[in-house]
Design a protein around this ligand. Structure first.
Ligand SMILES: *Cc1c(COP(=O)(O)O)cnc(C)c1O
Length: 432
């Protein structure tokens, strides 16, 4: 019997799948080496096709906030499967899901389910355009909103990692309607708004940015966007695909107390299944078809298996506020340990952190926007990534990603990670 390894699978994959992967960052291009092919996962551990076990800090880019193969979610999916996988007709679960989301996320009064974060942001922007009758949008450099044409302008993470900040295949017309400003730069936004008065449909922002590494909004930034949008009749869209149900039950808007007009959701909302959603004020959401003129549809939207997984996840988070205290504690322990390690080694790299998300940037400059994120030494990051992997710790394979923690991490796991962090830094820097 021939046993496949990650290496042989990747070689084969490259013959049949562009680059061997179904999403670019997975190819490990930014860190070198070949990607690991994952066979299974349980709690905080990933198991690859080569028989190795890794403690992981990505958690499927966020959704596995309770760790892998959590029994509640597993049971919800198993129970749903025997009633058929899809109907393409309304179900009770969709109503329960919508009710729960509007209860949990402060600014959402009505919500539409879709199948990915990308679909959510594309639909949200179409809605903002239909609602305002305006064409242009403002986005921020280094913010990623999925792979919709309008967003592949200064798009962060995957796009930066592969060195293609602006994608081929996006027309000039589309690019012209997308204006960009540096994250945390209110003055730049004001200047764009003044120069395009009456033409801006939406400002879309990751209210805590996680796709150029983790970058926090400076005090007053989100409040300033809110004020400007209210004054100019611009729709404020918070892309909470990453942060929703993670940084608080109700996302960044609850945690920092600034409310958008439309919110986009993904990742955790599906409990690991492909799900997204966009929602907001009734007045705006009622512009969506079939009540309003903005068309948006989906054969598998609100899929019963996906809704079952998502409902189990959200219901658990909604009824267990201690999850968020636990995530804060895990985040604080890891980040203070990392900070101490840097200090012991006489290094002054920047760590950005909020709740269960953090990034180490290999730069001594504060990281407040995409330009400062790019001062990081990405070659060094690649070495650090490989050193950690050798010690059984699986990180996001790019400097321009945040790490995502789960409640499956115990104090013992945290000690293992901190020890690996110290040894890896020592290996790549001090001894080199
Ligand atoms: C992941 C992500 C998306 C895209 O979601 P997909 O499900 O990958 O299409 C959009 N916005 C943000 C902020 C994200 O982190």
């Amino acid at each position: 019997m021939i046993t496949d390894t990650s290496h042989s699978l990747f070689e084969k994959a490259k013959s049949y799948i562009p680059g061997g992967v179904n999403s670019p960052v997975r190819a490990f291009k930014a860190v070198g080496g070949n990607p690991l092919f994952i066979k299974s996962a349980k709690g905080p551990y990933l198991y690859d096709e080569d028989g190795n076990r890794y403690l992981e800090l990505i958690n499927s880019w966020g959704p596995m906030i309770l760790g892998h193969a959590h029994e509640l979610i597993e049971k919800a999916v198993k129970d749903a499967v025997s009633s058929s996988l899809s109907f393409g007709a309304p179900t009770r679960k969709e109503v329960e899901m919508a009710e729960l989301i509007t209860h949990m996320v402060p600014s959402i009064e009505k919500v539409r389910m879709v199948n990915s974060g990308t679909e959510a942001t594309m639909s949200a922007i179409r809605l903002a355009r239909g609602y305002t009758g305006r064409a242009k949008i403002i986005k921020f450099e280094g913010c990623y909103h999925g792979h919709g044409d309008s967003f592949l302008i200064a798009a962060g993470s995957g796009a930066v990692t592969t060195g293609v900040p602006d994608s081929a295949g996006v027309t000039k017309g589309t690019a012209n309607d997308t204006l960009t400003a540096p994250f945390n730069d209110l003055q730049a936004v004001q200047t764009l708004a003044d120069a395009n008065k009456g033409n801006i449909a939406a400002i879309i922002v990751e209210p805590v940015a996680g796709n150029m590494g983790l970058v926090l909004p400076q005090p007053g930034f989100l409040e300033g966007l809110r004020q400007l949008c209210t004054k100019e009749g611009i729709v404020l869209v918070f892309d909470e695909v990453m942060t929703g149900f993670r940084l608080a039950k109700g996302g960044v808007q609850e945690r920092l107390g600034v409310l958008p007009d439309i919110t986009t959701l993904g990742k955790i909302i599906g409990g690991g299944m492909p799900v997204g959603a966009y929602g907001g004020k009734k007045e705006i959401m009622d512009f969506v078809s079939p009540v309003g003129p903005v068309y948006q549809a989906g054969t598998l939207s609100g899929n019963p298996i996906a809704m079952s997984a998502g409902l189990a996840m959200l219901h658990y988070l909604n009824t267990h506020p201690e999850v968020y205290t636990q995530l804060e504690n895990i985040g604080n322990k890891l980040v203070s340990g990392f900070t101490e390690n840097l200090k012991k080694l006489g290094l002054s790299y920047t760590i950005n952190h909020i709740g269960s998300m953090f990034s180490i940037f290999f730069t001594d400059k504060p990281v407040v926007d995409f330009d400062s994120a790019k001062t990081s030494d990405t070659v060094l990051f690649g070495k650090y990534f490989q050193a950690m992997l050798n010690k059984g710790i699986y990180l996001a394979p790019s400097q321009y990603e945040s790490l995502f923690l789960s409640t499956a991490l115990t104090d013992e796991h945290i000690q293992t990670i901190l020890q690996a962090n110290y040894e890896s830094l020592e290996e790549i820097l001090v001894k080199a």
